[in-house]
Ligand binder design. Structure first.
Ligand code: SAM
Length: 274
């Protein structure tokens, strides 16, 4: 791919998804374009680039989606999930004890594993029986990832990454080639396609936001804007979790001791006087 074409592609993906493509990944990026060319019936990359330059909307969306990395697994970062279970969820439940309502957002949920893990943890607490209203929202820019998450079927390879036999027996149903998530867990999660660059107006008063392993693909300004807007969606006692290698700015969030990428939202009053 010529430097000019690379530049056009990189600008397009950055504008549409905030994702930064760098020259050192050029071979990988070119490989990711192969299925897109096949899908649109293009004979080569030059034709794809010509159509992109002409403003082919469906193609631009497909190219952008092809540049996302949907890598995830069940209970990714075991220490973090242990802390969610013993420390974070109990403190959020205590904060909401009067209303008995909990609202959690798995932003950039890929094929849904993270959201279903939270659903398993909440399900095992028996909150529904105690009259709790649990809202579990999970979003991703990738239509394909959201379709997979909604289906809730995972291959044996995927379930072996993070789930025990006990988890599979309780929360899944064996099917040909893998396991399907139990329907009551699937019913607990509301999946929706959502670009983190778009308006967050439909999200508010969130107790917990998981925005893990996506900020690393953004440039500094996009990352700052996403984290600022996430803060606005959170309840005063809300918690944010980012990926192990990601951080959140101290003006908006306070890192909890112990690492694991867990942050408390800085109270609004301090935000205003800052
Ligand atoms: C590496 S996965 C992380 C999945 C999960 N959060 C985890 O930590 O295992 C990154 C996800 O971010 C999504 N993504 C990338 N850019 C996005 C954007 N602008 N808005 C929403 N999701 C985005 C990708 O489609 C992909 O599914």
């Amino acid at each position: 791919m010529s430097p000019d074409n690379f530049d056009i592609l990189a600008r397009l993906v950055h504008r549409r998804a905030g994702i930064v493509l760098t020259q050192d990944k050029r071979a990988l990026i070119e490989r990711r374009l192969v299925p897109v060319m096949r899908r649109f019936g293009f004979k080569d990359r030059a034709q794809l680039m010509r159509e992109l330059r002409l403003g082919h909307e469906a193609l631009a969306a497909c190219v952008t989606e092809a540049m996302t990395v949907n890598e995830t697994s069940f209970f990714r970062d075991a220490d973090l999930f242990a802390r969610l279970g013993t420390e974070i969820l109990p403190s959020l439940l205590a904060a909401r004890a009067k209303e008995k309502r909990l609202r959690i957002w798995s932003a950039a949920c890929a094929a849904g594993q993270e959201a279903y893990c939270i659903a398993m943890m909440l399900d095992s607490l028996g909150l529904a029986r105690e009259g709790w209203n649990i809202e579990l929202i999970a979003t991703d820019i990738s239509a394909e990832a959201i379709a997979r998450a909604e289906r809730g079927f995972y291959s044996t390879f995927e379930t072996q990454r993070g789930l025990s036999d006990g988890d599979l027996a309780v929360w899944f149903r064996a099917e040909e080639g893998g396991h399907a998530i139990a329907s009551h867990l699937r019913g607990m999660v509301r999946f929706r396609r959502f670009n983190l660059l778009d308006s967050y107006g439909w999200l508010d008063d969130l107790d917990l936001v998981l925005c893990r392993n996506v900020l690393i693909y953004f440039d500094g300004a996009t990352k700052a804007s996403v984290l600022e807007r996430i803060a606005e969606t959170m309840a005063p006692h809300g918690m944010l979790v980012v990926g192990e290698t990601e951080t959140a700015p101290s003006g908006l969030y306070r890192a909890l001791p112990g690492g694991d990428g867990i942050y408390a939202r800085v109270p609004v009053r301090r935000l205003k006087s800052a």
